[in-house]
Design a binder for this molecule. Structure first.
Ligand SMILES: [Zn+2]
Length: 70
């Protein structure tokens, strides 16, 4: 009597539905670019909002990510 080897289940590759994922990837990329803009660039003469609310709201993140500030 010999010990039978444990049969591992066959590993099947998972197909990624690129056509379904691409719009979400683009959407996420746009959100990331917007976040980077508001954290990093929204300040001074090129600012969309003239007040300092956005700058103060993201100020700690700005320092955390190493954007020049003050
Ligand atoms: Zn600062």
């Amino acid at each position: 009597m010999h010990a039978s080897p444990v049969m591992a289940p066959a590993i099947q590759p998972v197909s990624l539905p690129i056509r379904q994922l691409l719009p979400w990837a683009v959407f996420g990329g746009i959100l990331m670019l917007l976040a980077i803009y508001f954290v990093g660039v929204e300040e001074g003469a090129a600012a969309i909002f003239n007040s300092m609310y956005v700058h103060e709201f993201v100020h700690d993140g700005r320092h955390l990510l190493g954007f020049p500030c003050h």
